[in-house]
Design a protein around this ligand. Structure first.
Ligand SMILES: Nc1ncnc2c1ncn2[C@@H]1O[C@H](COP(=O)(O)OP(=O)(O)OP(=O)(O)O)[C@@H](O)[C@H]1O
Ligand SMILES: CC(=O)C(=O)O
Ligand SMILES: [K+]
Ligand SMILES: [Mg+2]
Length: 516
């Protein structure tokens, strides 16, 4: 039985909203149907199949989980998702996706993209290839660390891998930003601070090796801005000190929470339980060193530039026009890293101005109480979905795997939650940059992502999700409500629901068919 409701609704959904560049860079065929799914917000149960010809409108068909070519599970919505294809014989996919397609078919290919920070543990050609095989979609280089030459080598190795072996690994360059951070520990890979030890934090230039228990600080005004009694947090509280004395440019601090100091870790200082933001709050989001790194990124043709400590939409707009004027094909996407109080204040306009956002939980957790980080994560992910921007959840997803080969149960639960929230991508930091088990950590990300996606698809398929409204006009809202109602009806009746679109996507839905 099939019933068609011919609606001929015109909507003004603009394909310009779509992040075509993301899917292109990640080698996923951008397909209007994918975006249609975003637009019509099919309920969780709807699995879509696609037919497309020159004369017919494309049709998304739900079959309540029994089959269909494309899965319209919510993870499809973000632009980091893919692949969305009409004809498997007519597309080119990267080597990893091809294997996944052969193994699992279209319905079960992984939607959650995986980003690995490349560091000393993973910069070699063999290690990079192992990550590509393991499902790395994006290699992230962090300009806080290493030299431009070092990063250039990594970029070239990734490109070679893509060309020679058919992978589609994109490159993301992450800026240093001008927040306060420690120096490079005089070449040591880490240093242990023990409880009660007195360390010197100084803006003086030292010869290498550094004097014992001495840390360089990047910010000139540091010694003037801190006060005796202030609490100094390294890396958002991984190690804590208390300021006990100031001697010219040197600040003596006693360790109150021991831990491992890593090169160039971020520093924040707190007074009477509040983050101190004095002159350092006036530092520009993009420092002069960052601009040189950005020029380097443009010259190397990186795919994404992630901007650290974004405070407002203006800096994103400025960078985007800078890139447009300089990049060969103008095709570098700008990711806003949400990791400061200011970015939370201006969240919507920052995300609107960006091509995507990152929930950078490491530094975010240094600026707001830790217990607030999960709800902020959920809010950021939701806003990104609403504004149709891809969103990355980053930091400490598998922190214990820097040292151990198996994750904690809590880490697995954290990854599951991010996938359940429908984050488009997950990112490894220290786990892949300098950890002992980068490939194993990636395997965990991959298998947990796949499992949660499967759970959505198969076990939760009769559960309709309440998705936020995304219509921009009254006529869009009508289409949206009709689609929502049709999906709901299909769910309740355990039936199928098909949405027909006009060939010209901007004209919206032409008909909806319900069948048992
Ligand atoms: N290119 C590199 N060279 C050496 N070590 C690196 C490199 N990239 C990362 N690392 C190491 O891995 C750790 C985690 O990397 P990551 O890039 O996530 O740093 P982060 O300080 O957490 O990030 P961010 O600076 O963006 O907040 C770093 O503290 C550093 O020890
Ligand atoms: C990724 C990053 O910059 C952070 O978590 O702080
Ligand atoms: K950074
Ligand atoms: Mg950060």
């Amino acid at each position: 039985m099939s019933q068609s409701l011919n609606l001929f609704i015109s909507t003004s959904y603009s394909p310009k909203l779509l992040n075509q560049s993301f899917s292109k860079k990640l080698n996923f065929n951008w397909n209007p149907v994918e975006q249609l799914k975003t637009r019509i917000k099919t309920a969780l149960t709807i699995k879509a199949s696609v037919t497309d010809s020159n004369s017919n409108p494309s049709v998304l068909t739900s079959d309540n989980g029994a089959g269909g070519m494309l899965s319209a599970m919510p993870q499809d919505y973000g632009a980091f998702r893919g692949p969305a294809v009409a004809d498997p014989s007519a597309i080119e996919v990267d080597a990893v996706t091809e294997t996944e397609l052969k193994e699992n078919g279209f319905r079960s290919t992984r939607r959650t993209k995986l980003i690995c920070t490349i560091g000393p543990a993973t910069c070699g050609a063999k290690q990079l290839e192992a990550l590509a095989v393991g499902g790395m979609n994006v290699a992230r280089i962090n300009m806080c660390h290493g030299t431009r030459e070092w990063h250039q080598e990594v970029i070239q190795r990734v490109r070679r891998l893509n060309e020679d072996k058919g992978y589609a690994v994109a490159i993301m360059m992450d800026t240093e930003g001008s927040e306060i951070h420690m120096g490079d520990l005089g070449g040591a890979s880490s240093a242990k601070a023990e409880d009660g030890e007195v360390w010197t934090f100084s803006v003086r230039a030292f010869d290498s090796p550094l004097p014992e228990r001495t840390i360089n600080v990047s910010y000139e005004g540091f010694a003037e801005d801190v006060e005796v009694g202030d609490e100094l947090l390294v890396d958002g509280g991984m190690v804590r000190f208390q300021v006990i004395e100031k001697i010219g440019p040197d600040v003596k601090c006693r360790c109150t929470d021991p831990g491992l100091l890593l090169p160039r870790a971020n520093l924040t200082f707190w007074r009477d339980g509040s983050l101190v933001r004095e002159r350092n709050a006036m530092l520009p989001t993009i420092s002069s060193k960052d601009w040189l790194d950005i020029d380097f990124g443009i010259a190397e043709g990186v795919d994404f530039i992630a901007i650290s400590f974004v405070k407002s939409a203006e800096v994103i707009k400025h960078l985007k026009s800078y890139i447009k004027a300089r990049a060969r094909d103008g095709d570098i996407s700008v990711i806003a890293k949400i990791e400061s109080i200011d970015s939370l204040k201006n969240l919507e306009e920052i995300i609107q101005a960006s091509d995507g956002a990152m929930v950078a939980r490491g530094d975010l957790g240094a600026q707001i109480p830790l217990e607030q980080v999960p709800s902020e994560q959920q809010r950021i992910v939701q806003i990104c979905r609403q504004l149709n921007r891809p969103v990355i959840v980053a930091s400490q997803l598998l922190e214990s795997m820097i040292e151990y080969p198996t994750p904690t149960r809590a880490e697995v639960a954290d990854i599951s939650e991010a996938v359940r929230q429908r984050a488009d991508a997950l990112m490894l930091s220290g786990e892949s940059a300098m950890g002992q088990y980068p490939e194993k950590a990636l395997t965990v990300l991959r298998s947990v992502s796949l499992r949660i996606e499967k759970w959505w698809r198969e076990e939760k398929r009769h559960e309709a999700t309440e998705l936020p409204g995304i219509a921009l006009s009254f006529s869009d809202s009508i289409s949206e409500e009709i689609c929502n109602s049709a999906s709901k009806m299909a769910n309740n009746l355990r039936g199928r629901c098909s949405f027909c679109l006009h060939k010209d996507w901007s004209h919206g839905i032409s008909s909806i068919a319900l069948s048992t």
